[in-house]
Design a protein around this ligand. Sequence first.
Ligand code: PEP
Ligand code: MN
Length: 355
Amino acid sequence: MWNTVKNRLHLITGPCSAESEEQVHTIARQLSEKGLVDTFRAGVWKPRTRPGTFEGVGEVALSWLADVQRDYKLRASIEVANASHVELALKYGINNFWIGARTTVNPFYVQEIADALANTNSTVLVKNPIHPDAELWSGGIERIQKSCGEKVGAIHRGFSSFQTSQYRNIPRWEIPIELKRRFPDLFLVCDISHIAGKRSLLHEVAQKAIDLGITGLMIETHPNPTAALSDANQQITVEGLQHIIDTLVQKTSGITDATFLNQLEELRAQIDKIDEDILNAISSRLNLTKEIGTYKKENNVTVFQLNRWNEILETRGENGKKLNLDNAFVHKLYETIHAESIRLQTEVVEQKLPR
Ligand code: PEP
Ligand code: MN
């Protein structure tokens, strides 16, 4: 599978952090000898959650990366979090950057970086903000696009959550899918390392990304992962990386088989019809809701009725079960419908309040 997958994938590999000149050179050499790097990543300034942990070696690493670019004919990419990071990196001939998740959350920082990037011919990938907000992610991309035009892409690195999860950052695949809908031509990379958080989950996250049509992977690699100064649990050796890439399966997207395409079209047409029916049904349901809202108002009854809500959840959950629908899904669906019903009924009440 190696060739088909590799041919279509852009690999951004290299250590979480540049730690020493020797470490940077060793991993760059190993990656380039195996052809497992298109862009070499290394963190120079590290955004760490707690102070007192390793925060990157800073400017000295820029000269190591400049050497890597020269010796291995690689593009090096670093994280920048403010204008002075950009200015310093450019002095060393580094003009490939990514914006970290903790920076994308703040439009002031992103704008400052965008201003520093103007007319620098830089390439920039914008990581998603730490919370699942496609709007904020889009805004960050648009700010950078104003300075860098087409040389802007995005990195999906998952989202932090209070929910317990096997992942370090929950993928929430619907968010990068929404981003792709908004920016169809955007180059989108999946940072499987920061989603997985541990080596054992890297392969399945990479496969899922590929199944969704993502054509770039960011993967943290280190000559001696367990001794890494940051993110030791998720970094892998070049051999580990080779194994992952070798065992990924490419799903075809450029399908030419006519029978398959016809069948796909047929199934899609059925789905289109069902979606139309769903929207019609929801619209009828919400119209009834409005009627009930008026009736409640006329009889001085509160909009929210706990007993009724419990009954809806219970009966719809049971009906769903009979249809093999996941209970949590049905619950979520009705929460959304119910929230809209309450909103419409409150509107009815407000319209009737004297001004
Ligand atoms: C990183 O890529 O090393 C990093 C710090 O990423 P993130 O901003 O996704 O946490
Ligand atoms: Mn890291």
